[in-house]
Design a protein around this ligand. Structure first.
Ligand code: MF3
Ligand code: CO
Length: 266
């Protein structure tokens, strides 16, 4: 069942989504080689709670931590652990918060120091693919129009592999609501988009093959060919004419540029 949000509910969801963005900005300011992914999780958890919210992922279907942190060939749902981030790594940080009755959900992939040019290009392309999808999140279109736009750009135009097994989703009072929002599909297919539908659009794009495997921890998804994977996600409200992106990358991108530990020394 699809839940449509009224204007007040969308403004509450904007607050939730922007708290997710502020959390990712905090991560962008602090991230550096030598930190463990568990350090990053603790920082995010504390920031979310200091702001009067609860991390959405903690205890969701038994998930043990507050964020998902996926490094290099890990696609999504990496469990924060003692892994020490190193120069040359890419790290996807996925954050959800529950605030005033609504969830916000957003993810961002960071480069730590000297990351290979082909991987930096994959990151830029995945972010572009997300925005190609967002452009289609307008009333009257269908879910398949978003899916097609993402796949067309990432696979046809750029030659990357789009992950099939995991999809975007409706978001609201629950972290995962209908409809599913795949990152691949046919134009004009799937449920119709109406004003007030709020969805998380979240392409996961692989440098090599689209194929993924599940790790023994029961959560972590990684590429089968062990090549890098990138994940960006926004919480987006469907509107007439133009989507309303409730989360924001602006502060994250600013912090990312200003954080010298993230920038290459070439
Ligand atoms: N952000 C993820 C998603 O978009 C949710 C992580 S699953 C959890 O679906 F179990 F970690 F919460
Ligand atoms: Co999501």
């Amino acid at each position: 069942m699809i839940h449509y949000k009224n204007r007040e509910e969308i403004e509450l969801m904007r607050k939730s989504a922007l708290l997710v963005s502020a959390t990712l900005e905090e991560v962008a300011k602090t991230l550096k080689p030598g930190m463990t992914t568990l350090d990053v999780d603790r920082l995010a958890d504390q920031f979310i709670r200091d702001n009067g919210a609860v991390p959405s992922f903690k205890d969701y279907r038994g998930y043990p931590k507050s964020t998902c942190i996926s490094v290099n060939d890990e696609v999504v749902h990496g469990i924060p652990n003692a892994y020490v981030l190193q120069d040359g790594d890419i790290v996807s940080v996925d954050v959800g918060v529950y605030l005033n009755g609504f969830h916000g959900d957003s993810a961002y992939t960071f480069a730590i120091g000297n990351v290979k040019a082909e991987v930096l290009q994959l990151m830029a392309a995945t972010k572009s693919a997300l925005y190609r999808g967002i452009e289609k999140a307008v009333a009257g279109n269908r879910v398949g129009d978003i899916a097609f736009a993402i796949q067309e750009y990432a696979e046809k135009e750029r030659g990357y592999g789009v992950v099939r097994e995991l999809v975007g989703h409706g978001v609201g009072k629950h972290l995962h609501e209908d409809p599913q929002v795949p990152n691949y599909g046919k134009r004009g297919s799937g449920p119709i988009l109406k004003e007030g539908l709020v969805i998380a659009i979240e392409p996961m794009v692989n440098l090599g093959s689209k194929d993924v495997a599940y790790m023994d921890d029961g959560w972590t998804v990684a590429t089968r060919d062990e090549q890098p994977s990138v994940h960006y996600e926004h919480t987006v409200a469907v509107m007439k004419g133009k989507a309303d992106v409730l989360s924001s990358f602006a502060g994250i991108e600013r912090a990312e540029k200003e954080n010298t530990a993230l920038n290459s020394s070439y």
